[in-house]
Ligand binder design. Structure first.
Ligand code: GRF
Length: 209
C-alpha cells in the first residue's frame, strides 16, 4: 500500500489594513493577494474616517470594511481600545498601516508586538512625520524613497524592514517626487510583506486558530 501524504496546506496570512484616505497602498496589496504575488488575504480594511476614498475602493473589491471614527471618542485610549476590538475580531497575522493618519498608543500596539507595519515616504531615519518630499528637496538631497517599518509608540521610529530609493531629479517638486515614490511604495510594501510572511510562516498560524 502506498503511503501518500498530502502536504499541510498553508493558509494565506490574514491582513488587517488601516487607512485614512486614498488607499492606493491598500489596493496594491489587494491586487498582490489576488494575483498570487503575496501569500495573504485581506480580512478587514478599517478607516478612522468615514469619508476615506479607500473605503469605497475596498467595498468595490468586495473586501470587508469597518469604520472606527476617531472623532466619536473622547480620548486616544478610548479610540485605541475600540479600534483594537475591531481589528482583533478579524484575527490578523499582520496589521498594516497604509496612509493611516492617527498615532497609536500602547493600548493598541501591545496587542500585536512586532506585527504592525507602516509605510512611510522617506528614507528613515530621515524625515519622520509629514511633508517628507518637500523637506528632502529643500535639504538638497539627491535621493528619496520609502521605508516599511515596525510600528512602535514613537512616531516613524521602529525597526526598518524594507526600503527603496529613487533619485531626486533637477526640477522635481514635492508632487512629482511623491508620485514617483508612491509607485515604488506599492511594490515595496507587497514585497516586504511577502518576505516577512515567508520567513515566519504566519499563514500557518492563521490555519490553526
Ligand atoms: C503614502 O505615501 C504613505 O507612504 C503615507 O501616506 C500615503 C498613503 O497613500 N504613509 P495611500 O492612501 O496608500 O494612497
Amino acid at each position: 500500500m502506498s503511503d501518500v501524504r498530502t502536504p499541510a496546506t498553508k493558509a494565506p496570512a490574514r491582513l488587517v489594513i488601516l487607512i485614512s484616505g486614498r488607499g492606493s497602498n491598500m489596493l496594491a496589496i489587494a491586487e498582490a493577494c489576488r494575483n498570487g504575488k503575496l501569500s495573504a488575504s485581506i480580512a478587514l480594511v478599517v478607516s478612522n474616517r468615514p469619508d476615506a476614498a479607500g473605503l469605497e475602493s475596498a467595498r468595490a473589491l468586495g473586501l470587508p470594511t469597518a469604520v472606527v471614527d476617531h472623532s466619536a471618542f473622547a480620548t486616544r485610549e478610548a479610540f485605541d481600545t475600540a479600534l483594537a476590538r475591531e481589528v482583533e475580531a478579524a484575527r490578523p497575522d499582520w496589521v498594516l498601516l497604509a496612509g493611516f493618519m492617527r498615532i497609536l498608543g500602547p493600548t493598541f500596539l501591545d496587542h500585536w508586538p512586532g506585527r504592525i507595519l507602516n509605510i512611510h515616504p522617506s528614507l528613515l531615519p530621515k524625515y519622520r512625520g509629514l511633508d517628507t518630499h518637500a523637506r528632502a528637496i529643500a535639504a538638497g538631497d539627491r535621493e528619496a524613497g520609502a521605508s516599511v517599518h515596525i510600528v512602535t509608540a514613537e512616531l516613524d521610529a521602529g525597526e526598518v524592514v524594507g526600503q527603496f530609493k529613487v533619485a531626486i531629479e533637477p526640477g522635481d517638486t514635492p508632487a512629482s517626487l511623491a508620485a514617483r515614490v508612491l509607485a515604488g511604495e506599492h511594490q515595496l510594501y507587497t514585497e516586504t510583506l511577502q518576505r516577512l510572511v515567508e520567513a515566519d510562516g504566519s499563514g500557518n498560524r492563521a490555519n490553526i486558530r
